[in-house]
Design a protein around this ligand. Sequence first.
Ligand code: PLP
Ligand SMILES: N[C@@H](CCOP(=O)(O)O)C(=O)O
Length: 469
Amino acid sequence: MQYVSSRGEAPVLGFADTLLAGLASDGGLYVPETWPVLSADTIRGFAGRPYAEVAFDILSPFVGDDIAAADLKQMVEDAYATFPHPAVAPLVQIGPSHFLLELFHGPTLAFKDVAMQLIARLMDHVLGQREQRATIVGATSGDTGGAAIAAFAASRRTDIFILFPHGRVSPVQQRQMTTSGADNVHAVAVDGTFDDCQALVKAMFNDRRFRERVALSGVNSINWGRIMAQIVYYFTAAASLGAPDRTVSFTVPTGNFGDIFAGYGAKRMGLPVERLVIATNENDILVRTLDRGRYETTGVHATMSPSMDIQVSSNFERLIFEASGRDGELVRRLMQQLGQSGSFTLPEAVLAAIGAEFDAGTTDEPATAGTIKRMLATTAYLLDPHTAVGVAVAESRLGREPMITLGTAHPAKFPAAIEKATGISPALPPSHADLMQKREALDRLPNEIGAVQDYIRARSRAVSQGAEA
Ligand SMILES: Cc1ncc(COP(=O)(O)O)c(C=O)c1O
Ligand SMILES: N[C@@H](CCOP(=O)(O)O)C(=O)O
């Protein structure tokens, strides 16, 4: 399988190079040159099979010959063995035709573990084959960072630098990033928002000299490996409800648009999906864009679902590329306008193509808290605030087909918000029992690219070893 950039100017790469590249050299995001399509019989056959087996079948065409099948199989099995739940991503019924896909049974209690546990293994494998080291950078609004650190702390070939917005992540999220004790892990609190952290990461990728010097790689959902791994659970969930003989819809709590783009990918691969519903908190840029065709950043609001406090939704670029018939020149122009003025307007045909596949809805803070409280009272199910945004939006869009809302985090990651909504303070699972007692290690940096690059240059072993093992 080959991968092309959404901006059309970067070299076409194979899977292993795409995985290590993170962002394309023209600033675009990689997508597969063609979407593999699975037959109805293949999809039907996923029902009831172990998650790791289904994952191997779905991921194999994306990986192609770059990794031997036996190695890929082993890495997939090892990745999902870290999930204590036997189903990995179980489905729970919360209404007559409404289901929750619980994606938070991994090591850091968030859906990010599903992809991160796998791509850490894939990257170490590829780096090992090449006898190289890499410097991983990531921006996080809370969950990506913890999941990446948990997955890469055991890596022998990477140093990982995670930038998070100072004071804007929950205490549990912060401690998941600052207490690993691993010497290849660097947690950095930046004086800024998540969007600032993400802009710093993209600026580092766009600085060719720096990128080459430190052998830069990324683990945000700008990396195709993340999206690829997240496609799998759309298939397992839908197949368990009767797909392909029954159509389903998905509602996805959305920030950076990676998770819902994976749902779009599943649809392109043949999964019968009626609607993909984007659910946002008060940071509703995507809802406004689908309504009016104008993508316009307005400044970020802090909410009780902090991991979705995002304005620049990176993976929307991948969708524009697809919805425009893969017009890299258009994507380049729109992204340039976004950089210059903080906004762009979608051509009507592109907006119509997006509207044909996606719905979007937003919910405010009182409604999110009300949903957590009501769900607890009526079903004894405790939602985390991000999942609650999804449930609130999904409830206004239930149709004849089953609706699957993605449960993206465990409520115990956000105890203050849950306690405020319900009066209950959820306990962390036993795997996290000593988290709040562990010693923290972090550094604080200004929102300045020079300061961040100096920090990384001084600590990356890819630099001191000339990007070689
Ligand atoms: C708990 C939680 N829910 C939802 C999201 C939004 O997912 P995405 O950024 O892929 O749209 C995130 C962050 O990405 C998250 O951490
Ligand atoms: N919500 C995310 C933001 C980064 O998203 P990613 O999926 O692109 O890594 C987080 O929790 O950090």
